[in-house]
Design a protein around this ligand. Structure first.
Ligand SMILES: NC(=O)c1ccc[n+]([C@@H]2O[C@H](COP(=O)([O-])OP(=O)(O)OC[C@H]3O[C@@H](n4cnc5c(N)ncnc54)[C@H](OP(=O)(O)O)[C@@H]3O)[C@@H](O)[C@H]2O)c1
Length: 279
């Protein structure tokens, strides 16, 4: 089993430096994939109300035989639940579906600025944390403006900002903002999903130099820039490969060359949080 480093968050809690993405893992196959991930050594499962797989997450954790406190479970409240009372109920319903009396991390999935209620949703998350239902609270797809709005209103800084981040879209500016505010950046679609940059020279060259795969180079790059990737794989072998990134180190030049793959608009599907909305 692979041992993973941990990051301490601004609220004193800790998260493993690589987590497991669960988008599209549903039903019996989904539970089986999450179980092999836990057997491999993943200790963070990233779910969301909108993934429709919170029950599967709970089942996989119970079936793993691991103690509940040894696994971090993340979920995300959807745009349609931003009103205060709906956000509180959203978390309570997630707890019921997962079958746990607390969650490790709950995020606001998207700011949905046209709805105009993400500050209200944040107040609800602060309160459910006070009640002990949630250990850490954070956001996803927030820009500096959205971050400052919730911090100014509540005085509480999110522990995590989960954003699109991969070599074609390294998010230098947002990572700087997160770091200045003491927020841990998590990387969604860390491999670049269907547009993975595995054939790019800086990646193939580093893979050959270190005797690892292109995916391992990309995930090690996340670790070395201080971002926390949550790769998804349905395949036990690729799950193992994706977690096994703590036995080698990229040089500064290799990290810089991979960051140099950045494209003007490197987003996978135009998910600019000022415009893209998900309910
Ligand atoms: N907050 C948000 O708005 C947001 C948005 C998107 C995603 N997310 C989270 O981020 C997680 C990860 O993102 P993602 O699933 O979009 O993309 P990803 O993890 O970058 O890529 C997943 C894809 O890469 C393949 N893959 C995995 N490991 C591989 C390897 N070692 N070699 C080659 N191919 C490999 C997978 O196929 P196989 O399964 O067949 O291995 C799958 O098709 C999601 O599951 C979700 O938890 C959050």
């Amino acid at each position: 089993m692979i041992a993973v480093d941990y990051y301490e968050l601004n609220d004193g809690n800790a998260l493993p430096a690589v987590g497991f993405g669960t988008f599209s893992l549903r039903g019996e196959d989904g539970v089986a994939a999450m179980r092999t991930a836990l057997e491999t050594g993943y200790r963070l499962l990233d779910s969301a109300v909108n993934y429709g797989n919170e029950e599967e997450v709970g089942r996989a954790v119970r079936a793993s035989g691991l103690a509940r406190e040894d696994v971090r479970i993340t979920t995300k409240i959807p745009g349609r639940h931003h009103e205060y009372s709906l956000a509180v109920k959203s978390v309570e319903d997630s707890l019921r579906r997962i079958g746990s009396d607390y969650l490790d991390l709950v995020l606001i999935h998207w700011p949905n600025p046209s709805v105009g209620k993400y500050v209200e949703a944040w107040r609800a998350l602060v309160d459910v944390r006070e009640r002990g239902l949630v250990r850490s609270i954070g956001v996803s797809n927030f820009t500096e403006r959205h971050l400052r709005a919730v911090i100014d209103d509540s005085g509480v800084t999110p522990a995590v900002n989960q954003i699109e981040l991969h070599p074609y879209f390294p998010q230098d500016a947002m990572r700087r903002v997160d770091a200045e505010l003491g927020i841990r950046t998590q990387s969604w679609s860390p491999l670049g999903k269907r547009s993975a940059p595995f054939a790019e020279q800086p990646i193939t060259r580093a893979a050959a130099a270190h005797g690892v795969t292109p995916a391992q180079v990309v995930l090690r790059w996340h670790v070395q820039i201080g971002a926390l990737p949550i790769p998804k794989s349905a395949d036990a072998q690729r799950q193992q490969e994706n977690l096994d990134v703590f036995g080698f180190e990229l040089s500064d030049a290799e990290v810089a060359a991979i960051s140099g793959l950045a494209r003007e608009d490197g987003r996978l599907f135009g998910g600019d949080p000022d415009h893209h909305e998900e309910m």
